[in-house]
Design a protein around this ligand. Structure first.
Ligand code: 2AM
Length: 191
């Protein structure tokens, strides 16, 4: 199956991203636009994986540790592709995101995966094959928080591109934060 590791957003951010997608659509003569439920930020694209490889990705996710971190989406931009541009919502500079992406990539490479080693440019694809004269623009920043990364399966279901989460890896700071709170409140069961 075709797999990738991604971040998905809160419902609120999702509906704002849908609004951005609709703005691009409004200004386009042509394009294939991402459905609301498919909007996501890819961390690592794995491609076709068999059962053994899928288990190996799950093990890598089990090993990874990260603290939940904020993410800011601050612009709408494009990758130019000879009049078939990809339009996306772009993520502002984010050390925690870059570190998590690098950590995952290095672990997967050590586990034997061959990955594309392109510079990571975090983006949320809003549409493909887009023809428009409209220029990219900056937006009122959308702020969300990354609590979880997900292993996603990509497949065509009855002619529709469908992404399904198949494994979920939560960040660890929430749990640690809860423990600290318990310590602060001097819960007798802590000692
Ligand atoms: P894109 O939206 O920029 O195409 C599922 O296809 C996800 O993996 C998408 O977010 C896609 O990014 C990303 N991806 C990265 N490299 C890819 C590749 N070589 N082929 C297909 N998808 C890729």
């Amino acid at each position: 199956m075709r797999l990738f590791i991604a971040i998905r957003f809160s419902q609120e951010t999702g509906s704002k991203l849908t609004g951005l997608r609709d703005e691009v659509r409004l200004h386009s003569q042509r394009g294939r636009f991402t459905t609301a439920e498919n909007l996501h930020l890819t961390l690592v694209f794995l491609g076709e994986c068999d059962e053994r490889q899928t288990a190996a990705v799950r093990s890598v996710l089990d090993e990874v540790r990260f603290d939940p971190f904020p993410i800011i989406i601050d612009r709408v931009g494009r990758f130019q592709r000879n009049r078939r541009d990809i339009w996306w919502a772009g993520v502002g500079e984010n050390e925690a995101l870059q570190a998590l992406q690098l950590d995952l990539t290095e672990r997967l490479l050590r586990a034997g995966f061959s990955l594309e080693q392109r510079t990571y440019r975090p983006h949320i694809t809003l549409g493909r094959d887009i023809l428009t004269n409209f220029p990219p623009w900056t937006i009122q920043p959308l702020v969300d928080r990354v609590h979880t990364v997900e292993l996603m399966k990509s497949e065509q279901m009855e002619g529709t591109l469908t992404y399904t989460p198949i494994y979920s890896k939560p960040g660890n700071a929430g749990q640690r934060g809860t423990k600290l709170q318990n310590n602060d409140s001097k819960d007798p069961s802590d000692s």
